[in-house]
Design a protein around this ligand. Sequence first.
Ligand code: AKG
Ligand code: FE2
Length: 211
Amino acid sequence: MVLNDLFRTGHCVGSIPKDQADALLRLVKQDTFLPDKPGSPDIAEWESDDPSKNLNVPPEYLSFMENLGSSPDLEHFRAHMGDWSRVNVMLQRGRRGDSMGWHHDAYDPMHLICMVYLSDELWTPEDGGLLQLGEGDIDDMGFITKDIHVHSSVSPNHGTLVWCINTNPRWVHQVTAINTDKPRYTLIGQFGYRENVMRSTVRKRYGEALR
Ligand SMILES: O=C(O)CCC(=O)C(=O)O
Ligand SMILES: [Fe+2]
């Protein structure tokens, strides 16, 4: 965890050990994915619409994320706010043509999120599927408006780990269109507090259409 990067730009980029990435990729390849909206990545069948209420995360993924959340790298956060009492996990498979527009993870009010990429093949920028991390002005609802300044573009290579602060709605991310037949796997972790999740009225605030 590079605190300067994280607090200057809202994100930082690192990696997980190769043996852990290899073990996760083996699991992911055996998983079943269901289609989401056209143009959006497929989602693991064990996911739920409300990640904070999902009790069906396979234990191998959950334990990996719980370990990541308790790593010394995150001590700064836990010193301020206490140990995470809720860890969400999601898994997605993007394919050619899929993309995701600029957003922060407003669909669940968790404090810190991470993305872990898993792949057998090497990704180049020409393959698309870049995770872009940016910043821009927001409207009164906390949604990004326009003129996003892109801080980083990250290819989804095996073992890459990206941390994002999810409490500042100016810090957003998107996924550019995938231009290759390589499957693009993302394991997503969200770290926060059960109390906040239970009290959340996200759909009341942002509307029922929110994912
Ligand atoms: O797959 C990625 O790189 C990003 C996924 C994401 O932003 C999300 O599911 O909210
Ligand atoms: Fe996201």
